[in-house]
Design a binder for this molecule. Structure first.
Ligand code: NAP
Length: 483
């Protein structure tokens, strides 16, 4: 089908739905077929969105909390009423199967409802100024006010809910927000904008600008009127943005190569089920995805056999079929990168337990062991369906190995021994640790984010709302001392 015959989508610019002459083709990764087009925004569109957002920020800040709550809940209602359309959009433009996509939609609704609830709790505190001698006649408090214009830059792998994780708290906090979604998956973000438009969000408060990072990234990131960048994506992109951003707040949700520890007293079948799912969710393109599994030697063989057997049962194929477990990677190029990393590991001595094959963008769920330290897979985030099993002597070795990377988002440990669980909780360098679950566990209300190269700041609505508001101190000087 030629582009001209397709009814292209518009982008959402300061409350208006607009076309642009230049187009970006949105393709289904399963076979590279064209789904539709979106405008290729230019730097001028970004500058316009920022200019309008200055007014939008005033409008948003002036919206009473009950109106913010109502808009957020109405947007959630719209999504709930059309949830299959949202799920199909996620599944078509991205990597997720329809079952995975439905879960993302349910989480997005939850994210917006949580944002509505948290808007009620933007609290301050009174300040006992008289703790400092000479201030007996002062009384005051701080409250939180909106930060202003927020730029949200989002990745392809959760194209709806990760956008909602920025838009929801931004609106709850009374800010204007400009979203730049991943170029390969802009449609879910545009559908989210549609929900807010229909929910009655005032114009100029939200823009969703579709465009290539190398054309619209810098104007958005470097603009002095943007007060905060909320970024989710890869570590090197995050670092590049941080270098350019200048004097503004930055929140960074970056990647990881998450570890899971399985001790010999663990429920092995539970650990296998949970780590297989955590490794291959969204074809392994998941910031929390299980990449490294450290298993105590006493149960290594049993765990390995069961893990490989379960992996081989995975059904790979058409994302829209109900019984498909795993779809393609986001592009052929990404699948080729993963293939190269695995081949490099095999060349250097790794053992392939299953998988290791590619067809187009489909990369088969792959399990390795004997991975040498000097290959890319051992150090970097694979962001694909590849997991490595390591035998370890004991918990101490497992923790040391887990920490030996420059990432630290989440981890998991399977054990029935409370002392050992607590030791891992204390020593593992991560933003979250799941006991008797894999690293791939999250609800939208919990603080979420990483240490080391995995990020700065926390999302999770209550926590994002803190980042997206600033305290303002108020102090009254009285003529007389306090009573
Ligand atoms: P990416 O390549 O870093 O891209 C993320 C976003 O940044 C895209 O919208 C991209 O636009 C944009 N971008 C790229 N270069 C930019 C620049 N110089 N200035 C401004 N924007 C720029 O990441 P991805 O491949 O989409 O996503 C995968 C990564 O995200 C993985 O590392 C994963 O772990 C991480 N992630 C982290 C979390 C978390 O919450 N911690 C959640 C999900 C994913 P274009 O699409 O136009 O290039």
């Amino acid at each position: 089908m030629s582009v001209a015959k397709i009814q292209g989508k518009k982008m959402f610019l300061a409350g208006e739905w607009v076309h642009r002459h230049r187009l970006i083709e949105v393709r289904d990764p399963k076979d590279n077929s064209l789904i539709t087009t979106v405008p290729a925004a230019g730097a001028n569109d970004v500058l316009y969105a920022i200019e309008e957002a200055k007014e939008g920020a005033k409008i948003a800040a002036a919206m009473p909390v009950h109106e913010r709550i109502a808009v957020l809940n109405r947007a959630a209602d719209r999504i709930a009423a059309n949830k299959e359309e949202y799920a199909l959009t996620i599944a078509r433009e991205g990597s997720k199967t329809i079952k995975e996509a439905r879960k993302e939609v349910a989480r997005c609704i939850e994210t917006l409802r949580l944002s509505a609830e948290e808007a009620r709790r933007i609290n301050g505190e009174t300040i006992p100024f008289d703790q400092m001698p000479g201030n007996e006649n002062r009384i005051g408090y701080y409250y939180r006010f909106p930060i202003g214009i927020i730029a949200a830059i989002t990745p392809f792998n959760d194209p709806l809910n990760l956008v909602a994780h920025k838009v929801g708290p931004a609106i709850a906090g009374g800010n204007a927000i400009i979203v730049k979604p991943a170029t390969v998956t802009p449609l879910s973000a545009l559908l989210l904008a549609e929900a807010f438009d229909q929910a009655g969000l005032p114009p100029k408060v939200l823009s969703v600008i579709t465009g290539y990072a190398n054309e619209i990234g810098d104007p958005l990131v470097t603009h002095p009127d943007v007060r905060m960048i909320s970024f989710t994506g890869g570590m090197s992109t995050g670092e590049a943005i941080a270098r350019k951003a200048g004097l503004k707040k930055i929140a960074m949700e970056l990647g990881s190569n998450s570890p899971v520890i399985v001790l010999s007293d663990a429920e092995i079948d539970d650990a296998v089920e949970s780590t297989v799912s955590g490794a291959f969710w969204a074809a392994g393109q998941n910031c929390l995805g299980v990449q490294r599994v450290y298993v105590e030697e006493a149960v290594f063989e049993e765990f390995k056999e069961k893990f490989v057997e379960r992996t081989k049962q995975y059904r790979i194929g058409d994302k829209l079929l109900e019984d498909t477990d795993m779809g393609p990677m986001i592009t052929d190029k990404e699948a080729i990168r993963v293939e190269n990393w695995v081949n490099e590991a095999l060349d250097k001595g790794a053992t392939l337990l299953c998988g290791g094959k590619r067809e187009g963008a489909f990369y088969m769920p792959t399990v390795l062991t004997d991975l040498p330290d000097n290959c890319t897979l051992a150090k970097e985030e694979v962001f694909g369906p590849v997991v490595t099993l390591y035998p370890v002597r004991d918990l101490n070795e497992a923790i040391q190995e887990s920490n030996r990377v420059h990432y630290g988002l989440q981890a998991g440990i399977f054990t029935r021994d409370l002392e050992k669980a607590f030791e891992a909780i204390q020593r593992m360098e991560v933003g979250g640790i799941m006991v008797n679950d894999s690293s791939d566990y999250r609800i939208d209300a919990m603080p979420f984010g990483g240490v080391k190269g995995s990020g700065l700041g926390r999302e999770g609505i209550k926590f994002a709302l803190q980042e997206m508001t600033e305290p303002k101190v108020v102090c009254f000087k009285l003529a007389k001392n306090k009573l």
